[in-house]
Design a protein around this ligand. Structure first.
Ligand code: SF4
Ligand code: SF4
Length: 465
């Protein structure tokens, strides 16, 4: 079947006939590449180390979804900490806005896991096994044909994907549980096994097949950039004033020719396959590879470096820099407010959450001796960083017999437990079927509170419940 040719610009990963254009960028070994490599490997070490680091006896980051306990740098957020989590999330979003306004897509090019692992793990392995950017060690270029080098590459990719998936899962279940599960049969823990299998498959698919299309198609961040950037934002950009009109070759250049020698080195090195000389594009992840590639060419042809460089659009147009502009003032102000609110809420948050609940069965029972028994359920969430024992007592009912089998109640840091307390009172202690009391909870150190509660009993007219 003949496919009609696309009209106008298509994705760099797609040929005019709709087939996949496989991009194999040539690495540009320059100063920016070295800086990015240091940052990338440092980020990998941090990612692998975090699940093993413990602060106050807890993992540095642990996102326990089933329990809805989120531990971040020694602080545990419970479901009741919605305000704190929202402030943290809003601070992260405003930080992204601020960084984008100042430094463009610095996240995409320097810190996004997609870029970091693709450019500094998966592509180098591919070049090592298959030979250079053209896969010169494999003569048959048809990707669907068998070649032991391709098989070896996929095998290595699978091992790395498995490792990444296990590390990722450790953020949600902790390394101890993960180590236990790894030693057991999948039949003993089918859900985590399926989660790891699915995550591994997703990582493998992403870095083997989908690749840069994640940035071009799946990630929304590139589409936001026109809203997040302004003319003063620092971006990787081509100096068209200096480079144009581009003229192929070095010899016999007319005096009117720009500095661009039309060597295409900036295109060949681009991991998203674009030509930066076409201006700011959604596909540009600001990875700086074209800066290094062009600087090397400028060195060869004896021209100053920086034809492609970090600059703002206003800088390129020769306009003076304005560091202070509305979004660079408003974003930090908003960030300050959010972080201030977060710090205040964190500092003043109660060291425990206590809920007093009525018995799920009968509201009260009448004992053989005529006394009325109420069962009170006390749920305590320890929001502090230390284990505590909570004493439970009843105020406002001196004649009551209180049976509290688990007082004091031991609750581990960040954990929560529920216990029952039984209060027995003579029927005469109730007025209109109610008796107001207070339940006092204290850990003797950080937390003490008295919570009102209504005991229920028979009304005067009733003889029994
Ligand atoms: S145009 Fe340059 S900075 Fe942008 S993605 Fe391509 S190589 Fe990276
Ligand atoms: S690498 Fe530099 S000189 Fe070569 S085509 Fe790109 S911009 Fe022009």
């Amino acid at each position: 079947m003949t496919v009609p040719a696309a009209i106008g610009r298509v994705l760099p990963t797609m040929n005019q006939d709709g087939s996949r254009n496989w991009i194999r960028p040539k690495p540009a070994d320059g100063a920016w590449w070295h800086r990015r490599r240091i940052v990338a490997y440092a980020l990998m070490v941090v990612f692998f180390a975090i699940p093993h680091i413990r602060i106050n006896g807890m993992p540095a980051i642990m996102l326990d979804l089933p329990q809805r306990h989120f531990t971040i740098l020694g602080t545990t957020f419970l479901p009741t900490d919605t305000l704190l989590l929202m402030l943290l999330l809003a601070s992260a979003v405003v930080s992204i806005f601020l960084f984008s306004a100042l430094f463009g897509r610095v996240w995409c090019g320097w810190a996004c896991p997609q870029t970091v692992y693709m450019e500094f793990i998966f592509r180098p392995i591919e070049r090592l096994i298959e030979g250079g950017r053209s896969g010169s060690l494999i003569l048959d270029k048809n990707r669907s044909h068998f070649h032991w080098r391709r098989l070896l590459k996929y095998g290595v990719y699978l091992v790395i994907a498995l490792f990444l998936a296990h590390t990722f899962l450790a953020y949600f279940v902790g390394v101890d549980a993960l180590e236990r599960w790894v030693r057991l049969s999948p039949y003993d823990h089918p859900t985590p096994f399926l989660v790891v299998a699915a995550t591994t498959a997703l990582i493998f698919f992403d870095f083997t097949y989908f690749r840069e299309q994640t940035c071009l198609i799946a990630c929304p961040y590139g589409r936001w950039q026109s809203a997040l950037l302004d003319n003063e934002s620092l971006i990787v950009t081509y100096d068209a004033k200096r480079g144009e009109p581009r003229q192929h070759g070095v010899k016999n250049r007319p005096a009117s020719a720009g500095d661009c020698v039309a060597c295409n080195a900036c295109v060949i090195t681009c991991p998203t396959g674009i030509d930066i000389r076409n201006g700011l594009q959604m596909e540009c992840i600001h990875c700086t590879q074209c800066i290094d590639a062009c600087d090397a060419i400028m060195d060869q042809v004896g021209k100053p470096r920086g034809l492609i460089r970090y600059a703002s659009l206003d800088q390129l147009a020769g306009k003076p820099r304005h560091l202070l502009r509305p979004r660079v003032i408003l974003y930090p102000a908003a960030l300050l407010l959010l972080l201030g609110g977060f710090a205040f809420a964190l500092e003043t948050k109660a060291k425990a959450d206590v809920m007093i609940l009525r018995s799920q069965a009968e509201p009260f029972t009448v004992e053989q001796d005529g006394r009325v028994a109420n069962q009170i359920r006390v749920k305590i969430a320890n929001r502090s960083l230390r284990d505590h024992e909570y004493a439970i007592s009843i105020l406002g009912a001196d004649s009551a017999q209180v049976i509290a089998p688990e007082s004091p109640l031991a609750v581990k840091a960040g954990d929560q437990r529920t216990t029952s307390v039984f209060v027995l009172l003579p029927a005469s202690a109730f007025s209109g079927g109610r008796r107001d009391i207070k339940v006092r909870i204290t850990d003797g150190v950080d937390y003490a509170d008295e919570l009102p509660f209504n005991l229920l009993g028979p009304t005067r007219s009733a003889k029994s419940p």
